[in-house]
Write a protein that binds this ligand. Structure first.
Ligand code: SAH
Ligand code: SF4
Ligand code: F3S
Length: 448
């Protein structure tokens, strides 16, 4: 590659999960420290960071089409310097360099604190790949938090040791590591100082977080949540994603005891058949999962439930798929994500017998999504008439309209006197499948 001038503007495009969104924000902060500023909306950026996701084939292929569009002048008038970050970078680093000569930097999710050094090389015309996994070193090397939204993310735990047989995450993000307690409290306070009212604690297996609190006691996620709830100015706490195997009594109790912990639980089940769950290497059964939910609901009766599902896992029969539908009928999720199984290179399920035909998967996904959409609408309809607190996150489509989230993570829009970051009382008056319309009751809570 030819030497070039240092980039003055950047754009970070994040795909995939919320952990990638968090990483994208941290990379942006780091580029900011280098004096590089965000490219204004609609204008070319000198440097584009594609922060990629490898979870399903479609997500992973996107990076190559994006690189193509950037280099052929379809996204920008001038081709930018390109960095590929995220989970595709980790999984396919060398291949990206081979397939895409326009890429100058490839950096994995645990190595992006080294982006400034790589950038220095790139300016000299040297291409660089870094897919090391010093997860904790990364956090220590990142600059202080400055940017934030009213609803912010905070990664507390990296990696995953569960090795579900379909999943790439243990390979792209590495082994489970908990960030130290003190660092998390400090970062949470910084986020609040910068304007955060809500913090979602993130990890691919967030309920496996553990650490030593300020008094030297070993605590789990519930202990961390209890202490973060004492941070002045922080109004709401959420966490995602949990694995059914790592939910302890303390976390269940926390849902009944801590007002700031929102009544929402994302707990993926993936399938309703015990045979399929076993083949997936999920350590729960449909029954143990349902029993666990009962305990959460006993602690917090208005808890909204969310889940993830995969249809068409290798060997899944029609009867086994029906068991997923039966589980959905029983749980009545407030929202959920559902996917067709996608074979991922290097995972055990990719080479299992009984790969399910695409048209069968299409049909199963349609039926599952019909059921999930039905329950989501029913949950929203049941909320009509409630008055609740809404955190205003952005402006709506029309002037004077605002969009925010209810405690149950529903999108709520309303009109009236408010601003981004306000916590307002809204009466929910009309339900749609994906959002609710509300009427503003009072704005006095905005100082919270
Ligand atoms: N750590 C979380 C999330 C993992 S990724 C968890 O354990 O639930 C988010 C979701 O993507 C998963 O819950 C699963 O439903 C889905 N997923 C993961 N690998 C997949 C694959 N190979 N094909 C289709 N969906 C997949
Ligand atoms: Fe993937 Fe399973 Fe780990 Fe979730 S728990 S990240 S699905 S391996
Ligand atoms: Fe995707 Fe990596 Fe997240 S594979 S879902 S970006 S951990």
């Amino acid at each position: 590659m030819k030497p070039t001038t240092s980039p003055k503007t950047y754009r970070v495009k994040s795909f995939g999960c919320q952990m990638n969104v968090y990483d994208g924000e941290r990379m942006a902060e780091m580029l900011g420290e280098q004096g590089i500023v965000p490219a204004p909306e609609g204008e070319d950026a000198d440097l584009v960071v594609l922060n990629t996701c490898h979870i399903r084939e479609k997500a992973a292929e996107k990076v190559y089409s994006d690189i193509g569009r950037l280099t052929k002048g379809k996204t920008q008038t001038k081709a930018p310097m390109i960095a590929v970050a995220g989970c595709v970078a980790q999984a396919e680093g060398e291949e990206i360099m081979r397939r895409s000569p326009a890429v100058s930097m490839v950096v994995g999710p645990q190595a992006y604190h080294r982006l400034p050094e790589m950038l220095e090389k790139a300016v000299k015309g040297e291409r660089a790949t870094d897919t090391d996994m010093p997860a904790i070193a990364k956090f220590a090397a990142l600059p202080e938090r400055r940017r934030t939204n009213p609803a912010s993310f905070l990664t507390v735990q990296e990696g995953c040791d569960k090795f579900c047989t379909y999943c790439v995450v243990p390979y792209t993000r590495g082994a489970e590591i908990s960030r130290p307690y003190a660092d998390l409290v400090t970062e949470a306070k910084k986020l609040v100082d910068a304007g955060a009212k809500e913090i979602t604690l993130l990890g691919q297996n967030v309920s496996a977080w553990s650490g030593e609190d300020g008094k030297g006691h070993q605590v789990g996620l519930a202990g961390l949540i209890r202490d973060l709830a004492k941070v002045d100015g922080l109004a709401r706490i959420r966490y995602t994603t949990s694995h059914p195997a790592d939910m302890d009594d303390d976390l269940i109790a926390a849902h009944g005891e801590i007002d700031k912990l929102m009544p929402f639980l994302h707990l993926p089940v993936q399938a309703g058949s015990d045979r399929v769950l076993k083949a997936m290497n999920r350590s729960h059964t449909a029954e143990s999962y349902l029993k666990l939910l009962d305990r959460f609901r006993a602690a917090r009766p208005d808890l909204a439930l969310s889940g993830d599902f995969i249809v068409g896992f290798p060997g899944e029969t029609d009867v086994e798929f029906e068991e997923t539908l039966a589980l959905v009928d029983e749980v009545k999720y407030a929202q959920a994500f559902s996917f067709k199984y996608s074979p991922r290179p290097g995972t055990p399920a990719a080479t299992m017998d009984g790969q399910v035909a695409k048209d069968v998967m299409d049909e199963r996904l349609r039926r599952l999504q019909d059921a999930l959409n039905r329950d989501q609408l029913a949950f929203n309809e049941a909320s009509v008439g409630r008055t609740c607190e809404v955190l205003v996150e952005r402006k709506g489509k029309h002037p004077g309209q605002w969009l925010g989230k209810s405690p149950w993570l529903q999108s709520v829009w309303f009109e009236g006197d408010a601003q981004i970051g306000d916590l307002v009382e809204v009466e929910l008056v009309e339900a749609g499948p994906n959002s609710l319309a509300g009427t503003l009751r009072e704005t006095a809570l905005s100082a919270a």
